[in-house]
Design a protein around this ligand. Structure first.
Ligand code: SAM
Ligand code: SF4
Length: 459
C-alpha cells in the first residue's frame, strides 16, 4: 500500500489576518496538517508550505495580502534555487471574494481555499504537489467543514470555539455575507463535545465565536425537550462542564439580543461581564442607510436593560465613521451616543468602500481627510472612556486568569473578567489558574496589581 503522507519533517507557516474567527480557522488548519507531518514554522523563510489566512473586511487588509505575496515570491524563488520547495496557499475571505483573480494577479500562488473549504486542504496540497495548475476551492458547506475536522489540541488556558458562521443581515458596508455565506449555526452536541474536550485539556475559558454569534440557534441536546435554544441556554449548558470557569462570546448584533441571553448575564456567574455589541453609528439616518435594522434609541434602551441585569457589565463596540452621506451633524450624534453609553473598549474604523457592496455605489462618499478628522475625534473620546473604566478598577479585587509570562522577570499576565490585561509578579506555576488580584495601578494598555495572600483571599 502506498503511504499518501508527505515525508516527515515538513513545516507550515500560517499568517493570520483579521478577526478571531480567522485565528480559530488557522488553529484548525494547523491541526489538520499535523497528521500529514507538518509542524508549525515561526517564519516563512524555510517553510514547505505558507498559508495566508486573509481578511477582506477593509481595503487595507485585502491589499496587504498582495504586498505579502510579493515578498513571499522572492522567498519561494530563493528556496527553489536551493533545490527545495515552497507551496503558497491563500485562504480566508480574500480567497472567497477574489477566487481566480488571486492567481491572475499573483501567479506565485499555488492554492486558493475559501473559509468553508479548508477541511479539503490536504487534498488541495496533494493536487498542487502533482502540479495540477492553480488549485481553487471556494465552495460553501459549513457543516461539512466542522464535521471533517480532527479533534483539537488545546494551547493554554483559553480557547476560541466557533459556533456560528456567516451572516444574513447585509449591512450595506460589509462583505461578510458575500465571503462567509449565509448564517449557519453549529449543532449543540458538536459544540458541547468540543468544549468538553478543551476543558479536559486544561482550558478554563472559552470564547464562543460567530459573525453574529447571538443569532446562534439550535435544537437542544439529545434528551432535553425544550424549544429551540438560543445563546443564553447554550452558555448556561456549557457552564456545567467541569473545569470550564469562564465563558465569553463575540460578536453580537443588537437585533439578536434576546431575553434569554440578557437573563443569562444576570444569573450565570461563569458568563463574564463583558459584551461586544457594535452599533456602528449614532445617527438614525446613517443606521438606516447602513441597513442595520435598529435605531440609536433601540441600542441605548437595550444597553440599559442589559446593564440592569448585570450592573458591572463592560461594554465594547465597533464604529464606522464617514459612511456615505454622513454629515458633521450625523457624526456629532455618534459622539453623543458614545457619551451616553460609556464604553470600556471599542474598535473604530474609517468607512472603506468594498466592491460589490451597496455602500460602494452610494452617492455622497465622504472625503478621506474628513474621515481622518472624525476618526481622530471619536478615538480620542473612546480612549478617555477606556482609561476612565480602567482607572475605576484601582482598589478593586478581581479574579484573574493567568495566561502567559510577561516581559519583566517574574511577571505573569492574565485577564480580568472585563477582558483587561492584568500584570502581576507571581510564579509561573500560576499560569492556567484563576487567582484574586488587588488592582493597584494602570498603564496605557493594562492594569497592574498584586496577588492576594492566601489569608487575604480567604478573608
Ligand atoms: N457582525 C458584527 C456587527 O454586525 O456588528 C460585525 C462583524 S464585522 C466582521 C467587524 C467590524 O468591521 C464591523 O463591526 C464594522 O465596524 C467593521 N467593518 C465592516 N465593514 C467595514 C467597512 N466597509 N469599512 C469599515 N469598517 C468596516
Ligand atoms: Fe457585516 Fe455584521 Fe452587518 Fe453581518 S451584521 S453584514 S457581519 S456588519
Amino acid at each position: 500500500m502506498t503511504d499518501i503522507r508527505p515525508k516527515q519533517g515538513k513545516s507550515v507557516f500560517i499568517r493570520t489576518y483579521g478577526c478571531q474567527m480567522n485565528v480559530y480557522d488557522s488553529e484548525r488548519m494547523a491541526g489538520l496538517l499535523k497528521p500529514l507531518g507538518y509542524s508549525l514554522a515561526d517564519a516563512p523563510d524555510a517553510a514547505d508550505l505558507v498559508i495566508l489566512n486573509t481578511c477582506h473586511i477593509r481595503e487595507k487588509a485585502a491589499e496587504k495580502v498582495y504586498s505579502d505575496l510579493g515578498r513571499l515570491k522572492k522567498l519561494k524563488f530563493a528556496r527553489e534555487g536551493a533545490g527545495a520547495e515552497m507551496k503558497i496557499a491563500v485562504a480566508g475571505c480574500v480567497a472567497q471574494a477574489e477566487g481566480e483573480e488571486i492567481t491572475r494577479r499573483a501567479p506565485v500562488v499555488d492554492m486558493v481555499v475559501g473559509p468553508q473549504a479548508y477541511h479539503r486542504l490536504p487534498e488541495l496540497i496533494a493536487r498542487a504537489a502533482r502540479g495540477k495548475g492553480d488549485v481553487l476551492d471556494t465552495d460553501f458547506a459549513v457543516e461539512e467543514k466542522f464535521d471533517r475536522l480532527a479533534e483539537r489540541q488545546a494551547e493554554g488556558p483559553t480557547a476560541f470555539l466557533t459556533i456560528q458562521e456567516g451572516c444574513d443581515k447585509f449591512c450595506t458596508f460589509c462583505v461578510v455575507p458575500y465571503t462567509r455565506g449565509q448564517e449557519v449555526s453549529r449543532n449543540v452536541d458538536a459544540i458541547v463535545a468540543e468544549a468538553r474536550s478543551l476543558a479536559s485539556q486544561g482550558v478554563r475559558e472559552i470564547t464562543l465565536l460567530g459573525q453574529n454569534v447571538n443569532a446562534w440557534r439550535s435544537a437542544p441536546p439529545a434528551g432535553v425537550s425544550e424549544e429551540a435554544w438560543g445563546l443564553g441556554e447554550l452558555c448556561r449548558h456549557l457552564a456545567r462542564i467541569d473545569g470550564l470557569e469562564r465563558i465569553r462570546f463575540t460578536t453580537s448584533h443588537p437585533r439578536d439580543m434576546d431575553d434569554g441571553l440578557i437573563a443569562a448575564f444576570a444569573e450565570e456567574e461563569k458568563l463574564m461581564p463583558y459584551l461586544h455589541l457594535p452599533v456602528q453609528a449614532g445617527s438614525d439616518k446613517i443606521l438606516k442607510a447602513m441597513n442595520r435594522g435598529h435605531t440609536a434609541e433601540h441600542y441605548l434602551r437595550l444597553i440599559e436593560r442589559i446593564r440592569a441585569a448585570r450592573p458591572d457589565l463592560a461594554i465594547s463596540g465597533d464604529f464606522i465613521v464617514g459612511f456615505p452621506s454622513e454629515t458633521n451633524e450625523d457624526f456629532e450624534e455618534t459622539l453623543a451616543l458614545v457619551e451616553a453609553i460609556g464604553y470600556a473598549s471599542a474598535y473604530s474604523f474609517k468607512y472603506s468602500r468594498r466592491p460589490g457592496t451597496p455602500g460602494a455605489a452610494m452617492p455622497k462618499q465622504v472625503a478621506e481627510d474628513e474621515k481622518d478628522d472624525r476618526l481622530a475625534r471619536l478615538q480620542a473620546l473612546l480612549e478617555r472612556q477606556r482609561q476612565a473604566f480602567n482607572s475605576a478598577r484601582i482598589g478593586e479585587i478581581l479574579p484573574v486568569l493567568f495566561e502567559k509570562t510577561g516581559r519583566m522577570d517574574g511577571q505573569i499576565i492574565g485577564r480580568s473578567p472585563y477582558l483587561q490585561s492584568v500584570h502581576v509578579s507571581a510564579p509561573q506555576s500560576m499560569l492556567g489558574q484563576i487567582a484574586k488580584v488587588k488592582i493597584e495601578g494602570v498603564t496605557p494598555n493594562a492594569l497592574a496589581g498584586a496577588l492576594l495572600t492566601r489569608d487575604e483571599a480567604a478573608a
